[in-house]
Design a protein around this ligand. Structure first.
Ligand code: FAD
Length: 265
């Protein structure tokens, strides 16, 4: 990840000081800029864990809809579970947040709906492949191949997040869009084949992950959106501050501050 704004750089410095992150490399292979690239220790999950350690979190729980019931929000889950809350901050990809809101029948102004509908995303198909031997990707373990169908490949061993030779191959948004609904083994084989000349060793095993909402194509003018006051519903996420970890962090911070200020009034 990069850190361009002082507020996020300060957080990265805190992570570096407590051993949660370190500098991976500077610049972009083949690119002209010279930004520092940071990585989590032992992986990127450590960053989220460090921010969330004091929170009570339910994972693998899908929200179906949110709706106002008297002075509270009622949140319904797909497994039939329910919670009630005074304040809600939705950070799912915007099309999914919009579905959650619409299913509950919450009113959005025309301006809000238009702004939210503009926030569309590129898909990404990524393949994580375990190799029989080391890849041909040079240090620091990040390669931008000169072909249209692959965006970038990371060597996870050189990056320091894997003890055995493995790579993560990110297909381009065009390739991912075209092949998104195809059989995932077929797509994985195509992606591995396209990357063959940089792998340098045969693939022992692979996993495919498809992100329908991988990268916002544009960014909203505000850092979060207040949908309703009291009980409060807000939307935030990287579509409000830039398509990267930094953007998600900054949007979250701004939304949280506004929510706290509102609660304290
Ligand atoms: C393959 C890939 C590689 C990337 N590489 C980099 C990189 O190198 N550097 C960088 O800075 N950024 C990178 N990014 C971008 C970065 O990951 C995102 O900008 C960031 O994760 C966005 O955070 P977010 O909280 O806004 O949304 P997300 O991380 O998308 O989180 C949204 C969450 O909402 C959950 N959700 C959705 N619907 C529901 C529902 N109905 N109920 C409950 N939960 C729901 C999802 O499961 C998800 O966990 C990458 C992204 C992808 C896809």
């Amino acid at each position: 990840m990069t850190a361009r704004e002082p507020r996020f750089l300060a957080q990265v410095n805190r992570w570096v000081a407590d051993g949660t992150a370190e500098l991976w490399f500077r610049g972009y292979p083949g690119g002209s800029e010279n930004h520092e690239r940071w990585r989590g220790i032992p992986n990127m999950r450590a960053l989220a864990n460090s921010l969330a350690c004091s929170l009570n979190i339910n994972t693998a729980t899908q929200v179906l809809k949110v709706m106002v019931q008297q002075d509270r929000w009622k949140v319904e889950f797909t497994d039939g579970g329910l919670i009630h809350a005074r304040n809600i901050l939705l950070t799912a990809p915007v099309p999914q947040s919009l579905e959650i809101i619409d299913r509950g029948g919450t009113y959005l102004s025309q301006d809000q709906r238009i702004r939210l509908q503009k926030l569309t995303y590129d898909p990404c198909i990524a393949v994580m492949a375990l190799l029989e031997g080391p890849s041909k990707i040079p240090a620091p373990g990040m390669l931008v191949p000169d072909i249209d169908d692959i965006d970038w490949i990371s060597d996870n061993m050189k990056k320091g997040v894997s003890k055995i030779p493995s790579v993560t191959i990110h297909a381009s948004s065009d390739f991912s869009g075209t092949h998104f609904d195809e059989d995932q083994d077929e797509v994985a084989k195509k992606i591995i084949n396209l990357s063959k000349s940089w792998l340098g060793a045969s693939v022992k095993h692979y996993m495919v992950h498809r992100w329908r909402y991988s990268k916002p194509r544009c960014v909203d003018k505000e850092r979060f959106m207040l949908i309703q006051h009291n009980p409060t519903l807000m939307i935030a996420g990287d579509a409000f501050a830039g398509p990267r970890v930094e953007g998600a962090f900054l949007s979250g911070c701004n939304a949280a501050e506004a929510l706290i200020a509102h609660i304290e009034k």
